[in-house]
Structures are given as structure tokens and as C-alpha cells.
Design a protein around this ligand. Sequence first.
Ligand SMILES: Nc1ncnc2c1ncn2[C@@H]1O[C@H](CSCC[C@H]([NH3+])C(=O)O)[C@@H](O)[C@H]1O
Length: 336
Amino acid sequence: MTVDVQATRDVVDIITGGWRAQALYTAVKLGLPDHVEAGRDTDAELAKATGANEQGIHRLMRLLVAMGIFEGSGSTGYRGTRVSAALLEGPQSLSDMCLLYGEEFYSAWGHAHHAISTKSSGFEVAYGRSFYEYLGQDVATARRFQLTMNAASMFFHQVPEVFDFSGKKVVDVGGGGGHLLATILGATPDAEGTLYDREHMVPKAREHLSATVGLDRAEVVGGDMFQGVPAGGDVYILCRVLAGHDDEAVVGVFEHCRRAMAGSSSRLLILDRFVEDENSSVLPALWDLHLLMTTGGEHRTVDRITRLLSRAGLEVTGTAELPMETTALICTPRTT
Ligand SMILES: Nc1ncnc2c1ncn2[C@@H]1O[C@H](CSCC[C@H]([NH3+])C(=O)O)[C@@H](O)[C@H]1O
């Protein structure tokens, strides 16, 4: 039997992916991007600054240079790259994402076989409770999750480029901490908005909107989208809220939005990740399985969402691609 060298290579590249992720996670855990940025560029200095073993640092840095995270060497001095720059502490940093993925999510993925075989959350096997229960009990991880969501929100600033919000009343359903609404209202001075989310999110959202666009243009309403949504909006937004809920619940939310719309020129804007059943690229399929690992949820295909929209009297009349595999679906009330 001849050995397919390339196939062997491909398998090895794939199965060592988890090791690469753990190496990057460890670099962030030790604060290496910030230390190198601050000029601590030798193994000895990095070991001293982190309290880690110097040989360990040397071996980790050798790999990270090979992976393109850093440049240079222990003898010439290490230098940062644009990848390590994305991990420096700061408002848009991906460091919290690395820590969450390297700890809780890595453990959850450790139960992939169970999760896929039983279509249930790997996280629950790893931690003995649901992801959201865990977040409710662990303030530090809840904060890290929020920061991870924020870091993955870099598509927000492009939303006003794919949809014209001028002069519109915008209702952001499940609007979370208010970052998207603030971005939209910030870019559209003559628009006004309502953020709608569960009661416990109201103070946080109000604080953010008050500090950014001001409460004269943005109000915050607490409630349950499965019971109803605020009436009279020109644009309803559902950004990253549908994945955790079953089809019937999603149709219910669509129906509430449809009924609450100010008129036939009103629109529903869905911002989410979608999968394709055929010829999918890797990341959307990974995000879908990641939802299974964490919450037991899933991403839908655009076809499936279109069918659910249709049941609520809505149709997709426009789409736009946004960064991070996010798609904007512009939905219009059906007149016939
Ligand atoms: N029944 C519900 N009614 C209103 N909001 C909900 C409900 N269930 C979940 N949510 C909110 O849905 C949001 C999902 S996370 C997405 C937040 C935001 N749209 C963003 O993209 O950043 C959270 O803020 C939840 O509190």
C-alpha cells in the first residue's frame, strides 16, 4: 500500500489545530503580546515578567514565531505582528475571546463526540450545568463572554452602510448592551431608536446609550419578545438572537415584529450567521457546531429562515454580507 503523504500531512495539520489554539491561549494567559509590545523581547525578560519557566517560554515563543504570531527570536529579540497587535489589552482586543475559547469552550469541545451523538450541549457535560446558568454564577466569565461578543461585533459599524436608517424609528429586539443601536444612531443623526431586551439588561443598555447617543434619541424598554415587541417601528432588528430558539418560537417573534410594524414600508433586518447545507465554507459550519457544544443551539440556512419568515407574512427582499461570516437579511411585509 502506498502512503498518501499529502493526506497524512492534511490529517496532521487538522489534528494539531487544537494544540495551536492552546499555544495561542497560553500566550494570552501569560500576557506575552503586551510584554513584547512593552519591549520585553528576550526569553529571560519574558520569563521574569510572567513568572514562567524560561525554557518553557523559549519553546512556546519558537512555536508562536513559526505560527506568525510574533517575529524574531530569543537571540535577536522578539517583535509583535498584526496578529499579536489584535491581542493587546484594549477595548477591541481579542484577548478575552482567546481566554474563553481556550478554557470553557475548549473543555466543551472536549465532549464533541457526546454532543454530536446526542444533539446536546458538550458544555453541560463538562460543567454539569447549562452555559447560561454558568454565566449567571460566574461573574468573571460572564464579563469575558460579553467582551467576546463585543470583539466579534466589528461588523456593527458596517450595518449603516448596508441599510439606510435616515429618519427611521429603529427597534432593536434583543438589543443586549446597546452597542449596535448606539452605532446606528451615531452614524444616523436623524434616526431614533428603542432597545428592547429582558428586564435585567435594561440598566446596562440604558447606561451605554446614555453615555453614547443620549437618551433623548434612544429609549430602553424591558420585556419578553415571545410575548410582544414595541409597536410603531420603521425598522425592527434581530441581531444574533434567533440561534438559541426553536422554529415555533422564532416564527412567534417574526409575527410580533410584523404586527408591530408602523406600515408597509417598515422592514425587519436580521443580522446573523447562516449555514449552507451544500458547499459550506468551514467557519459557518464550525460556528454552528460551536453553538451545539455550548448551548445545544444551531445556525439555520437562509432557506429555512425564509420559510419561517413566510409563515409570519414576511419575505426576504435584500441581502448583504458583513464581516465575521455575518449576513444581513432585509425583510419586507408581504402585501398579498
Ligand atoms: N425573550 C426575550 N426577550 C427579549 N430579549 C431576549 C429574550 N431572550 C433573549 N433575549 C436577549 O437576546 C440577546 C441575545 S445576545 C445578542 C445581543 C445583541 N443583539 C448583539 O448582537 O450584540 C440577549 O441580550 C438576551 O438578553
